[in-house]
Design a protein around this ligand. Structure first.
Ligand SMILES: *Cc1c(COP(=O)(O)O)cnc(C)c1O
Length: 226
């Protein structure tokens, strides 16, 4: 049986998350996004059987292929970089975590305007100055928040971040607190933006302590990817 023991792992993760919420003191609800990238449709089915109702994919085409092959009614989140010329595919997702530039926001906005229903998105931020990673810095976000907020085809639900690879705990906390500040920038602008998507298999405990409302877990659920 593929992914055996998944339910038990989910139960253990939920306990860890519950303890981290207590320690962190933010009192938030935490949703687990099961990251099924590189795994086949059977990983999506297994996630559903284990009580995980949201899956995350980082590539549009891989996600569309998988959507065509599963029957369980999971919610699909796009968590990876989206090219503007693929923006129309956001219609197939319940949430796009990775709006990392104004130009992409505008392309997604057009989709929302055209269908007359705003596209739910998170704004990806990179608050530690890591060169290789996309996303808004805090200064850029403060500069652009009125532009983002004025896009009627977008429903800005919050912020997403990825901590630098191999970061120590101090750096992790800096990255996650930066994302929380970014969410405050959105909220001060009047946006109803409750979500903080941060934390992966290696750092989700710290992320939850810092207020994560969505954690994106792959390896810890399904095993190492090739
Ligand atoms: C792959 C991926 C994850 C999950 O990473 P794990 O370390 O396997 O938990 C989370 N977020 C994004 C954006 C990813 O691409």
């Amino acid at each position: 049986m593929p992914f055996s023991g998944l339910s038990e792992r989910v139960a253990a993760i939920r306990e860890t998350v519950g303890a981290a919420v207590k320690r962190g003191g933010h009192g938030q609800h935490v949703e687990i996004v099961a990251v099924t990238k590189t795994y086949g449709p059977e990983a999506v089915e297994a996630a559903w059987q284990a009580g995980l109702t949201t899956v995350g994919e980082n590539r549009v085409q891989e996600a569309l292929d998988k959507m065509a092959q599963v029957t369980v009614p999971v919610r699909w989140h796009l968590i990876g970089h989206l090219q503007r010329n693929k923006a129309r595919h956001v219609e197939r997702f319940d949430l796009v975590h990775s709006v990392d530039s104004v130009r992409l926001a505008q392309a997604v906005d057009e989709v929302g305007e055209r269908r007359a229903r705003p596209v739910p998105v998170l704004i990806q931020v990179n608050t530690t100055g890591e060169e290789t990673k996309g996303g808004f810095s805090l200064t850029e976000l403060a500069d652009q928040v009125s532009v983002l907020g004025a896009l009627g085809g977008l429903e800005v639900r919050g912020v997403m971040t990825m901590a630098p690879l191999g970061a120590d705990e101090a750096m992790l906390r800096r990255a996650f607190r930066g994302a929380r500040e970014a969410r405050e920038v959105l909220q001060r602008h009047g946006l109803d933006a409750p979500e903080l998507s941060m934390g992966m298999s290696g750092d989700f405990e710290v992320a939850v302590e810092e207020g994560a409302t969505m954690i994106r877990l792959g390896t810890i659920l399904f095993g190492a990817r090739d």
